[in-house]
Design a protein around this ligand. Structure first.
Ligand SMILES: Nc1ncnc2c1ncn2[C@@H]1O[C@H](COP(=O)(O)OP(=O)(O)OP(=O)(O)O)[C@@H](O)[C@H]1O
Ligand SMILES: [Mg+2]
Length: 297
């Protein structure tokens, strides 16, 4: 009898996790699902409890000193992460490791339950297709229109053209660019290019969305709207989201998110327990700009 109940419970958890895409476990004594419960998830579902696992990862460019050191952390499926840190702290470098554009100099990286260091290079395109990436410098295809840039991931995955038309039109409308659908990137403003880049990253509902300063070029209202797009992907599709940002206001807009903070290439809080990053110190804020009154810079 106990076995039958346990099996039924296990099926329920599995169904629930598949439905939400989140790593959830049901607390029997509470009678409702709770976030986390990773061990329970591992035990009772066939989904991996982690989608990304870094172990003692370091990165150096050429023979320069390490720009990332001793990174050990786990990202759980269906969670929402912000990555913060000063300019030059290593946010883009960390994201490059995540979107498989860069190999670490040391340590191990597992994604989707596979070792990314030892996986053959021929497997990488398959892993990359599961990622949606918003690059800090957008990287739109210059000779393609806004529409065709956004359509790219769907067309690469062989989606029916009628579905592409509907999905891309809806997405362009959401990001406020229906009227610029046929424009090529060089004729778009920085903020418009950024919105195209975001639309392209989310259109195919990736398993992991990696966004590098995705709202750096848009006004606060549009930043919030784009953040809602990420949240919808996270909540409805179960996409794991990681957003690098300087914008401390943005962090407060996603109450369920976890915050990772890089300081000179090291994670100051790998667990995400630090909910809000420290404010800039008064001394730094009031420091004088190196501009002389008489001429010069
Ligand atoms: N290709 C490269 N070759 C050499 N050094 C690099 C390279 N890319 C980045 N760096 C160095 O690595 C460090 C981390 O850079 P990174 O771009 O990851 O920082 P960041 O936190 O994203 O900064 P920002 O907020 O300004 O975008 C910096 O000191 C940078 O100069
Ligand atoms: Mg950067």
């Amino acid at each position: 009898m106990r076995g039958a109940v346990s099996a039924h419970f296990s099926t329920l958890v599995r169904k629930f996790s598949r439905f939400t895409g989140k790593c959830l476990a049901i607390a029997p004594h509470l009678g409702f699902p709770v976030r986390g419960g990773a061990d329970k998830c591992a035990e009772m579902t066939d989904r991996p409890t982690e989608i990304v696992k870094f172990d003692n990862v370091g990165l150096r460019y050429g023979t320069d000193p390490e720009v990332l050191s001793d990174l050990s952390f786990t990202l759980f499926p269906g969670s929402f992460y912000f990555l913060t840190g000063a300019s030059g702290a290593g946010k883009t470098s960390l994201l490059k490791l995540l979107y498989l554009a860069q190999r670490p100099s040391r340590g191990s990286i597992r994604m989707f339950g596979k070792d990314m260091i030892t996986s053959p290079r021929t497997r990488l395109p398959d892993f990359r297709r599961r990622l949606g990436v918003v690059f800090q410098n957008f990287r739109l295809v210059p000779h393609l229109s806004a529409f065709d840039n956004v359509a790219l991931p769907l067309r690469l995955s062989g989606t029916d053209e009628a579905k592409v038309l509907k999905a891309v039109s809806d997405m362009l409308e959401w990001v406020g660019l229906s009227h610029r659908a046929q424009a090529i990137p060089e004729t778009l403003s920085g903020g418009e290019q950024q919105r195209v880049a975001i639309a392209r990253a989310v259109i195919a509902r990736p398993q992991i969305l990696i966004a590098d300063e995705p709202t750096g070029n848009v006004d606060p209202d549009m930043a919030l709207k784009l953040l809602r797009l990420f949240e919808a992907l996270n909540n409805r599709v179960g996409t794991t989201v990681i957003v690098a940002t300087h914008d401390v206001h943005l962090l407060k807009k996603v109450p369920d998110s976890l915050i990772m903070r890089l300081q000179k290439g090291r994670l100051s809080d790998p667990t995400g327990a630090l909910r809000y990053p420290p404010q800039p110190s008064a001394a730094k804020a009031s420091a004088k700009a190196p501009i002389s009154k008489k001429g010069g810079v």
